[in-house]
Design a protein around this ligand. Structure first.
Ligand SMILES: N[C@@H](CCC(=O)N[C@@H](CS)C(=O)NCC(=O)O)C(=O)O
Length: 199
């Protein structure tokens, strides 16, 4: 049985929750509240003290992007992670974008507003503006981020954009981004999340 160590309000955990749900993979979700992430027991699973972590029998993977690569390789090879070298690399571009521009932009603003973290708001806002501008332009000519179908690029990039309002970001001026979020939220087995603006 797959175990997912997560937290209900973690957008990173939601990426994995989405993938597991789309794949219809039976699993157990274990909530790890923030203080428990720094206990010796949890640090033995993830020395970074973060969720999400996926445990699949003897395979332990931390980091939402890495977990998506693992699940795609096992369950949707080619379809979710790229059919050739160029497509695979472009999907990786989006995973890096999720881990950098989105994490330092919309996710950081949310961390400040929702969880009271001490963030440098102008820097986070600049990351968010850059990320949303790029997404809005790309999605003007694409229904999905790569390959004309759902891939792990969409799964990695969408949660913190769907949760952007929690960080004070208005998506009203980003119609292409909004339609993309609606498309994802309309997929069968899409798991709802508190704060996702398309719900
Ligand atoms: N790069 C990691 C980041 C994971 C992360 O930041 N997790 C947060 C919850 S969304 C966490 O557990 N933070 C606790 C900490 O960093 O101390 C991923 O993509 O999974």
């Amino acid at each position: 049985m797959i175990r997912l160590y997560a937290s209900p309000l973690s957008g990173n955990a939601h990426k994995v929750r989405m993938a597991l749900s789309f794949l219809n993979l039976s699993h157990e979700e274990i909530t790890v509240p923030a203080p428990e992430r720094k206990t010796p027991d949890f640090l033995a699973i993830n020395p970074l003290g973060q969720v999400p972590v996926l445990v699949d029998v003897d395979v332990v993977i931390r980091d939402s992007q890495a977990i998506l690569v693992y699940l795609a390789t096992l369950h949707r090879p080619g379809e979710w992670d790229g059919r050739d070298a160029a497509e695979r690399a472009r999907i990786m571009q989006w995973l890096s974008f999720a881990a950098n521009e989105i994490a330092n932009g919309p996710a950081m603003l949310r961390l400040g507003r929702l969880f009271g973290a001490d963030i440098h708001e102008p820097t986070a806002q600049a990351f968010a503006d850059k990320a949303l501008k790029l997404l809005e332009a790309h999605l003007a000519t694409h229904d999905w981020l790569e390959g004309g179908r759902l891939t792990i690029a969409d799964i990695a990039a969408s949660p913190y954009i769907g949760l952007a309002a929690d960080g004070g970001i208005e998506l009203g001026s980003r119609p292409n981004v909004t339609r993309w979020l609606d498309r994802i939220a309309a997929l069968p087995a899409f798991p709802a999340m508190q704060g996702w603006s398309a719900d």
